[in-house]
Design a protein. Sequence first.
Length: 283
Amino acid sequence: MASRDFRSELVGSFSEGSNGNPTVAMIEAAFRHHGLNWRYVNCEVPPERLADAVKGARAMGWRGFNLSIPHKVAVIPLLDGLGESAAIMGAVNCAVNRDGKFIGENTDGKGFLKSLLEVVDPRGRSVVMFGAGGAARAIGVELALAGARSITVVNRSAARGQPLVKLLNEKTHAPATLALWDKTYAIPKATDIVVNATSIGLGNGNAPLDIDVSSLTPAMVVADVIVDPPDTRFLRDAKAQGCITIDGLGMLINQGVIGVKYWTGLDADPAAMRRKLEEIFAK
């Protein structure tokens, strides 16, 4: 008689606003496609409960978990160590159980870079990036390590934006500057790549970035990290200006592939993940 296995391996996500995060559907589609007895649990965790959530994951033997808004930085002292890229970025979006210890990694930037490389190589390119949170840190570092010529961080708060600029200038070879986003921002003409790494547009695809849309030109590649919905106002405005655009789905799928590899050791099929996401967003 064949043995039965009634205990699934557990991974999941800790975030606030978790009902808008389709990662669970994407990852579980990969698990089913590969016949793995694994489950991904999407958890609503407010900031004051994050430490409890990590303790719970330890107690239940979780194999790892993702971190989303607003936990990517706050989780660091709750973990047992950091991978190299996460240590440079100071942001974690993926914890991995290695021999009983939770090690923080970051797949945000790697997923974004892989998606970007399908359209343009950032080496030698000038970048304007909106935002200075965890996703922006990850993307900024990966773009810098990939050889970006310069990075302008556009953020409403100098107190939050300046540490990211300092990080990029001290830990990478890409010169970084801060532009205070205290009025409608015009994209400099020499810009090659424009990235929205804020949460503007999440859950509301009609929410506009406070930018001078006419400053976008067809020579620019414009990317958005938002996946729900993937067709954001920012990307629609950029398309109307003739820009090549990249939505957040490729970034999400690529970081999912990396996360599954960290947790299971398996090279997951990205097509299975994309099919599920396209099914969700077609509704």
